[in-house]
Design a protein around this ligand. Sequence first.
Ligand code: F6P
Length: 328
Amino acid sequence: MHKISKIAVLTSGGDAPGMNPCIRAVVRTALYNGLEVVGVRQGYKGLIDNDMYDMQSRSVSNILNLGGTILKTARCLPFKEDEGMALAYKNLKEHGVDAMVVIGGDGTFTGALRFSRKYPDIAVIGVPGTIDNDLCGSTYTLGFDTATNTVIEAIDKIRDTADAHDRLFFIEVMGRDSGAIALRAGISCGAEAILLPEKQTALEDLIKNLKDGKSNKKSSSIVIVAEGDKNGGVYDVAKAVQKEISDYDIKVTILGHLQRGGSPSSFDRILGSRLGFAAVNALIAGETQKMVGLQANHILLTSLEEALNQHEFKLEADLLQMVDVLSI
Ligand code: F6P
């Protein structure tokens, strides 16, 4: 078994609350086990730019409560190219790195898998860190819980004003390919309808649903639209509905990047700590090309390939079914 001595840790793609607790756990678990750690700034970009620094226990003091990522993050196109990967490999070797923990979502894992297949002498473990909750092999990804709570807080406030004015609100939430936040937030806030990328809702059905609600004495209504919904975007949906229900005062709110910020919830602090701890232990045990994830409250390993298998990923069927039932 290939024994490791120096771990590089990075965060890549969209930041997610809980990344900092995870970085802290990676650094301290590695040091506790006599390993060295380098932090890479701005994800794969930092690997290519050789932007890395030695981390000690105090490098991660007082960060459990911080949103964002102290290592910073980026979406890095050059890492998709062979030249970019070769440069990253050269820089890692110069630093004496023989293992990596990459914290991010599907784009991060795709890059990690390609890199690791090309340069297998650097072991790689992935930690699912994305508010989108769209990786196989982990019931929850880091940041999803905090982001959903942030969305709920915002929608509760919108409900107050929607109700005061008898208005219909269309609220766009994040999730280019994932309706996870939309679905959970929608159930939590009693949304009248939820439009998701995974399940197409016909506009006629939405309009009928909203008309039924009105004739059923609903004063306000909230429709949550995930960013990746296939009906053409939140403004187009609102326009189409306004054409058919002219007596409803309609407003649109896009929650945007506020969903990614904020202090991580208790759940995300603990999940980040567990996953960071497990990632280092997996590397010490000789694992590579795997993701650490939460399954039935156990931390288990899944191959990166499997983690990326979006076709296997499904939103909870009971949540999908109850949207229409609980909003009558
Ligand atoms: O992947 C996380 C995420 O927040 C998605 O929900 C969203 O579609 C995307 O990132 C936005 O990315 P950016 O911050 O680069 O615009």
